[in-house]
Design a protein around this ligand. Sequence first.
Ligand code: NAD
Ligand code: AHE
Ligand code: ZN
Length: 375
Amino acid sequence: MDVRAAVAVAAGKPLEVTTVKLEGPKAGEVLVEIKATGICHTDEFTLSGADPEGLFPAILGHEGAGVIVDIGPGVTSIKKGDHVIPLYTPECRQCPSCLSRKTNLCTAIRSTQGQGVMPDGTSRFSIGGKKLHHYMGTSTFANFTVLPEIAVAKIREDAPFDKVCYIGCGVTTGIGAVLNTAKVETGAKCVVFGLGGIGLNVIQGLRLAGASMIIGVDINDSKKSWGERFGMTHFVNATQAGNDLVPHLVNMTKSGADQIGGADYTFDCTGNVKVMRQALEASHRGWGQSIIIGVAPAGAEIATRPFQLVTGRTWKGTAFGGARGRTDVPTIVDWYMDGKIEIDPMITHTMPLPDINKAFDLMHEGKSIRSVVIF
Ligand code: NAD
Ligand code: AHE
Ligand code: ZN
């Protein structure tokens, strides 16, 4: 079938909106009509050429929502008409990782996903007879896409696609990092580095968890009011603090009997390895945990003095907020529908597919929190 898609033709080039061919679903696969998709910083990261796994030409996008319009042979858990959110972290419930109960990182199809193909090793997308790569197993920058059955979460039918698409990455990643990965407790003191589409969701996750101090750090002063909107209690401009940023944050977290200082939990939501170091070192001696959410460019490495770890700080990472998509995503949709979490104010811009490159411009200019393409 013909579908409309934004094709990433080469690193660093704007997406080209055009008509491409999509083959129908094979065994174990489903065809989804994508109704809306968010644009995450990770799409920009791959499009920029910084992603060591980046493949071109490809159809990017991993933050979608839509409706099942066809199913392949053997599909049992999903039917035509179901409303779904595509999952770049699938949940097969059978692989060693799923069965371990220690991680959400299902390994059933990760290797073919990284090669830009479906689990049978072929692509469903092509243009002029030439193969186009899938991306993160989802390719939501197209009005139809094919996904493995294990890579869709069925959601309630009254949830608006143009809002809950954000649960496909940003919302779940931020809130999940707090609740699943850090397991933040009531009264905790926390620092969030980077108040964009992920960091603000970390902040609303911290508010849910009952954190008593939520310090937001950004280089852009306009993010102060954004952070406050979702529960941030203090703001620090990293540029103004300069080399004194870590001692400044440690001082802010000192209190009464505790004159050592440092946050119970810190979160990197920038993808900058220097910030990751600041986040670790701003956490509390003896028990501080620092959670890396940001994705760093090919070749980048994190560094710190081993002393930071010897003295009891822990460095952790999280993908998709530690969420098991088919199980957890429907619950997060319920939280949104019940008013327990907010999404609407973070979606600052919407646009039709032909204008998708504007979403990347807005991100580069620091003007958007989330842009959503509505098909
Ligand atoms: P974004 O562009 O919306 O936000 C990034 C924020 O960081 C901006 O507000 C920016 O001003 C701020 N910032 C930049 N440099 C900074 C610095 N030195 N100190 C403090 N703040 C700084 O991006 P996003 O969509 O929120 O994504 C954030 C990161 O998370 C990206 O690296 C993205 O790839 C990654 N990500 C990871 C996962 C995961 O599962 N681990 C999921 C989604 C996104
Ligand atoms: N291809 C990159 C890795 C990118 C990465 O870490 N992606 C996250 C999701 S970011 C969503 O916005 C993820 O799910 N990681 C787990 C995994 O298996 O990729 C690189 O650096 O190679
Ligand atoms: Zn993302």
